[in-house]
Design a protein around this ligand. Structure first.
Ligand code: SF4
Length: 395
């Protein structure tokens, strides 16, 4: 989340931890939020102050930004504060389990359904240095999980190795998931170098769009992407890396879903998990919505066949970003709470639904574009559909 405020003095970008009280161990690492009053003490050593307009007063030698609202910030969140533009970006949300390090805006694919379209002129050095600063601030309170995303993280080369080495030293107990198209892993040297880092809990999540090159390459908008990705997956497995496959569900991937499940079983049975992912209506999806869109109720049969094909052959299977009422009951056990809490919503109709607390819900961006199959579920129907005891039966 990004907000804008008005700096009372100009200063360079700082990254710090949110606190509400002045008695902190390292004020130089702290962004103090002042909701009710600005404390009448020396505040010059704090990285920055964020104050609401109602309480802001001039403070000598303090780097203050006056904001309309800071209600979304809580202690131990991490933010960057740009003391020139007044740009305040939330980098890590302490109460969320869906945090990620955004390491680059560049990508060697240009997928038709990318929710974060690449920009190839990004300032990668500064993104990486912000990520390293985040790790420094998190090392005293390591989160259970963190993602690494972009863009394509492997384009950072040594920068990614540096980041992974830092993660191993500073957050060794945190599990890491790197989202990658795996094309650069077709270089065995990169695999060997990353395997050598030896992070104790590192997973690579690789999107696969079809079992045939033409469709995969079309979705990735890149010739030979399929062969490079598959070579990358084999190299990663040979290097002992933990690989997960993600299949984003849209009009180009759905027609070959069952063939892709069979291909995964026959060609890459070593992968640790296969995840079927509902579309997020962001980025290129908004632009290409008419071509990509397919109502989940219209692919429920293919999704069931593909998911059960893999599950019965011993794969860990998950479904992300799809609400329960658009899934056949036998798939409910695969549905995960995958949508970041600040992006997740339920609709008005969900108020009458008796399984709402188990439902992954929707992306905020899907509020006005969602499945025709949304309908409240009643407990009797839930029992009939074996939800009781079945919600996690495939987990
Ligand atoms: S009605 Fe709403 S809460 Fe119930 S399963 Fe559907 S989307 Fe989820």
């Amino acid at each position: 989340m990004v907000i804008y405020g008005r700096p009372t003095v100009q200063f360079g970008t700082v990254v710090g931890r949110i606190a509400e009280k002045v008695d902190v161990v390292s004020p130089q690492d702290t962004v103090l939020i002042c909701r009710d009053r600005v404390p009448n003490v020396d505040l010059s050593s704090f990285a920055a102050l964020l104050a609401t307009a109602a309480v802001a007063v001039p403070v000598r030698n303090a780097r203050m930004v006056v904001c309309e609202s800071i209600a979304h910030l809580v202690p131990d969140d991490l933010v960057s504060v740009n003391g020139k533009s007044g740009h305040i970006r939330t980098l890590f949300r302490s109460r969320s389990s869906h945090n990620a390090l955004f390491v680059t805006e560049s990508c060697n694919n240009n997928c038709v359904m990318c929710s974060q379209p690449p920009k190839n002129e990004s300032d990668e050095g500064s993104l990486l240095s912000i990520c390293l600063r985040i790790l420094e601030l998190l090392k005293t309170t390591p989160p259970p999980h963190i993602g690494i995303t972009g863009g394509e993280p492997t384009l950072l080369g040594d920068g990614l190795l540096n980041l992974l080495n830092n993660l191993k030293v500073k957050l060794p107990s945190t599990s890491i998931t790197v989202l990658t198209n795996a094309r650069r892993f077709s270089d065995p040297k990169l695999c060997a170098a990353i395997a050598q880092v030896g992070h104790p809990s590192l997973r690579f999540s690789v999107p696969l769009h079809a079992d045939v090159p033409d469709i995969h390459d079309y979705v990735a908008q890149c010739r030979d992407a399929f062969y490079e990705t598959v070579n990358g997956i084999y190299n990663m497995a040979s290097s002992g890396m933990n690989v997960e496959i993600r299949i984003v569900l849209h009009a180009f991937s759905v027609p070959r879903l069952v063939s892709l499940a069979e291909w995964i079983w026959r060609k890459i049975p070593f992968v640790h998990q296969v995840v079927f992912v509902g579309l997020e209506n962001m980025g290129y999806v908004k632009k290409n919505f008419a071509a990509l869109s397919i109502d989940p109720v219209n692919y429920a049969g293919s999704l069931t066949a593909a998911a059960m094909h893999l599950y019965r052959r011993g794969f860990n299977v998950s479904i992300y970003n799809l609400p329960l009422c658009v899934l056949p009951p036998e798939l409910w056990g695969f549905a995960r709470q995958s949508i970041s809490d600040h992006k997740q919503i339920l609709l008005e109709a969900c108020g009458e639904c008796e399984v709402a607390e188990h439902c992954p819900g929707f992306f905020l961006s899907a509020e006005n574009r969602h499945s025709s199959g949304i309908a409240p579920i009643r407990l009797a129907a839930m029992a009939a559909c074996r939800l009781t005891g079945g919600m996690s039966s495939h987990a």
